[in-house]
Write a protein that binds this ligand. Structure first.
Ligand SMILES: Nc1ncnc2c1ncn2[C@@H]1O[C@H](COP(=O)(O)OP(=O)(O)OP(=O)(O)O)[C@@H](O)[C@H]1O
Ligand SMILES: [Mg+2]
Length: 277
C-alpha cells in the first residue's frame, strides 16, 4: 500500500499517529509524512503515483483537515472519512447529529458569547459550558446557577463559540470507548468536573451494551477509528462527546491494530475503485 499521513505540528513528537506510520513502514508499505506546517502541498495534482489512502489525526482548527478534504476531492480514500470528521470536529454539529439520530445525549445550546447564557432558564441548570471546538478537556466548566455567569472563567476560549449542555448527573467516572477499527475498548477515567480528579485511568471490561453503543455511534457518524465519551446514569449511558482518531492511551498494542485497520479500509477503497480503461 502507498499511504500519506498528514501530521499536524502537535503530533510530530506524539505516539499517535507516528507509531502507526512506523508500523506500516516496518511491514514494508510506502508511507509519506506530510507536515502542513513545514511543506507546501500541491492541490489536486498528485505528482507521480497517487496514494491508496490519506490518513489524518485531526487537531481543532488545524490545517490537516483542509488537506484531507482536498485529497478526498481527488477521489482518494481518507481515514477517517472527511464528512464523518466534519460531523464530530465541531461539537455543535456532533451534538445535533446525536440528538437527531436518537443517541442518548444531553440537551445542548449553541452560545456565541457568555451573555447569551442568560437566555437559558434556571430550570435547565446545572449546565456544562465548553468550547465548540474543544478537546483534551480544555475549558470545560460547570455552571451551577445563572448568578455565576459573570464569574465564569472561560480560560483560553477567547472568541470561540460555546456549547451549553445540561449537566448529566454521574458518579464521577467517565467511560471512554475506543474503536481501533478492529475492536472496542473501554477505559474508565475521572471526570474533570467530578470529585475523582487525579485518579488514574483504568481499562475496564466492555459490556455488550457498551460495545453496541460504540458501534452504533460509529455507524451513525460514519467513523472507522474513533472514541466516544459516555457517562453512566440511572437511565442508561449518555453520550457526551465523539472524537475522530483518538490517542488510544491505555490500549496495549494500539499502533499495530490501528495500522491493520488502516490497511483494511484502504484495501476496501482500492478494491472499489473503478477499473480505468
Ligand atoms: N453534559 C455533561 N454532563 C456531565 N459531564 C460532562 C458533560 N459534558 C462534559 N462533561 C464532562 O467533561 C468531560 C470533558 O468534556 P468533553 O469530552 O465534551 O470535552 P473534551 O474537550 O473533548 O475533553 P476530552 O478530550 O477529555 O474528551 C467529559 O468527559 C465529562 O466528564
Ligand atoms: Mg471528550
Amino acid at each position: 500500500m502507498r499511504l500519506c499521513f498528514i501530521v499536524e505540528r502537535v503530533y510530530r513528537q506524539d505516539g499517535m499517529p507516528l507509531r502507526v506510520a512506523e508500523q506500516l513502514l516496518d511491514w514494508g508499505h510506502e508511507v509519506d509524512l506530510l507536515e502542513p506546517d513545514a511543506t507546501v502541498a500541491g492541490l489536486g495534482e498528485p505528482a507521480g503515483r497517487p496514494y491508496d489512502a490519506w490518513v489524518l489525526k485531526t487537531v481543532s482548527e488545524g490545517p490537516g483537515l483542509s488537506l484531507l478534504e482536498a485529497a478526498a476531492a481527488t477521489g482518494v480514500a481518507t481515514i477517517n472519512d472527511v464528512r464523518a470528521i466534519r460531523r464530530v470536529r465541531d461539537k455543535a454539529v456532533a451534538a445535533a447529529w446525536a440528538r437527531v439520530h436518537g443517541l442518548p445525549s444531553p440537551t445542548t445550546w449553541f452560545v456565541t458569547h457568555r451573555r447569551l447564557l442568560e437566555q437559558i432558564p434556571q430550570s435547565e441548570y446545572p449546565l456544562v459550558v465548553k468550547p465548540a471546538n474543544g478537546s483534551r478537556g480544555r475549558d470545560v466548566r460547570l455552571l451551577l446557577r445563572r448568578a455565576e455567569i459573570d464569574d465564569l472563567d472561560l480560560g483560553d476560549t477567547g472568541d470561540c463559540f460555546l456549547l451549553a449542555q445540561r449537566f448529566v448527573p454521574n458518579n464521577g467516572w467517565d467511560v471512554k470507548l475506543y474503536n481501533t477499527g478492529s475492536g472496542i475498548h473501554a477505559v474508565r477515567r475521572p471526570s474533570p468536573l467530578g470529585r475523582r480528579v487525579g485518579a488514574p485511568d483504568r481499562p475496564i471490561r466492555v459490556t455488550e451494551e457498551l460495545r453496541r453503543l460504540a458501534l452504533e455511534v460509529g455507524r451513525l457518524y460514519g467513523l472507522d477509528i474513533y472514541g466516544v465519551d459516555v457517562i453512566g446514569t440511572e437511565r442508561g449511558w449518555m453520550v457526551v462527546d465523539v472524537n475522530d482518531f483518538p490517542s488510544f492511551g491505555q490500549i496495549p498494542g494500539a499502533p499495530a491494530v490501528v495500522a491493520e485497520s488502516i490497511l483494511r479500509i484502504a484495501g476496501r477503497a482500492v478494491a472499489a475503485r473503478p477499473v480505468s480503461a
